[in-house]
Design a protein around this ligand. Structure first.
Ligand SMILES: *[C@@H]1O[C@H](CO)[C@@H](O)[C@H](O)[C@H]1NC(C)=O
Ligand SMILES: [Ca+2]
Ligand SMILES: [Ca+2]
Length: 293
């Protein structure tokens, strides 16, 4: 499965903004709506028009008011902006099955918009607190993950993370997916002739390679953590932060859920950098900021 997943990697890498947008529960900028405002687009040369824009901004306090996913901005009688739950029926209709998402309640939602709007209506309840976006696509039967399979999971995923990064590096000639500093680190892996190339490798070989070329795996593991740890950047992954990686993976890799559950070894619902590293067999190192590891 992980070999096929490389296709997604390209996808994951290139479409990362889409995935992030789809699953981020953090305040999404209302800027998109500003951009969509034809008054603004057409101003440009006309001074009068610019004044109109200022009026619009002054009149509509919602333009600069950010609401988190599942909420929309509305003004009350005193023209004060506030975030209220979005009515799910105002969500754009899902066009493809891929837009559907499965909640942790094992219910299929038309889109992530429908999901977050529904979650919002449950805010403050125990049910709402426990409800998360589980995975991409309609709910389906996911076969149980056996202990033996769970043991294989980090070996394959570690190899996959390394391949993801190398693939991103290769694509990066056109896109700026990696920073210069990151490129230098991946270049070392990419150019290392001892690198295990993409393919279906036996577990023995994967384990052997990890032992032999341990250093090649450190950066990919830390890099992925840094990619996910964004809201906020604090060395911990929440369920929402983990979502861009977890949600597309679950339908294809049935051990994903168990793996990340056991990765949270102290069971506090957060995956700390130390927990993450140790899940992948990376020894703890003395570095506070994962970007420099
Ligand atoms: C979740 O729903 C799917 C599709 O309706 C079903 O096949 C599956 O068995 C359900 N899973 C659980 C854990 O109830
Ligand atoms: Ca975080
Ligand atoms: Ca934890």
């Amino acid at each position: 499965m992980w070999t096929q997943l490389l296709v997604i990697v390209g996808y994951y890498g290139l479409a990362a903004p889409r995935l992030c947008l789809a699953f981020r529960e953090e305040p999404s900028l209302v800027e998109t709506e500003v951009g969509a405002n034809p008054v603004q687009i057409e101003v440009g040369e006309f001074d009068e028009a610019i004044e109109i824009v200022e009026d619009v901004v002054a009149e509509n306090p919602c333009l600069n008011h950010h609401c988190k996913k599942g909420k929309v901005c509305e003004v009350d009688e005193s023209n004060t902006p506030m975030c209220v739950c979005q009515d799910p029926s105002t969500c754009p209709t899902a066009e493809v099955v891929f837009d559907h998402v499965c909640g942790t309640d094992n219910k299929t939602y038309d889109s992530s918009c429908h999901f977050f709007a529904t979650k919002c209506t449950l805010e403050g309840t125990k049910k709402g607190h426990k409800l998360h976006l589980d995975y991409v696509g309609p709910c389906k039967y996911i076969e149980p993950c056996m202990d033996s399979e769970l043991k294989e999971f980090p070996l394959r995923m570690r190899d996959w993370l390394k391949n993801v990064l190398v693939a991103l590096y290769e694509h990066d000639k056109d896109h700026n997916l990696l920073t210069e500093k990151q490129k230098l680190r991946v270049k070392k892996i990419y150019e290392n002739e001892k690198r295990l190339h993409v393919g279906h490798h036996s577990l023995d070989l994967l384990a052997h390679d990890f032992e032999k070329n341990y250093n090649m795996y450190i950066f990919p593991v830390h890099w992925q953590f840094g990619q996910l740890d964004q809201h906020p950047v604090d060395g911990y992954l929440t369920h929402t932060e983990l979502s861009p990686l977890r949600a597309p993976l679950i339908p294809m890799e049935h051990c994903t859920t168990r793996f990340f559950e056991q990765c949270d070894s102290d069971n506090d619902k957060y995956i700390a950098l130390e927990e993450w590293a140790s899940c992948f067999g990376i020894k703890e190192r003395k570095c506070r900021h994962q970007n420099y590891c």
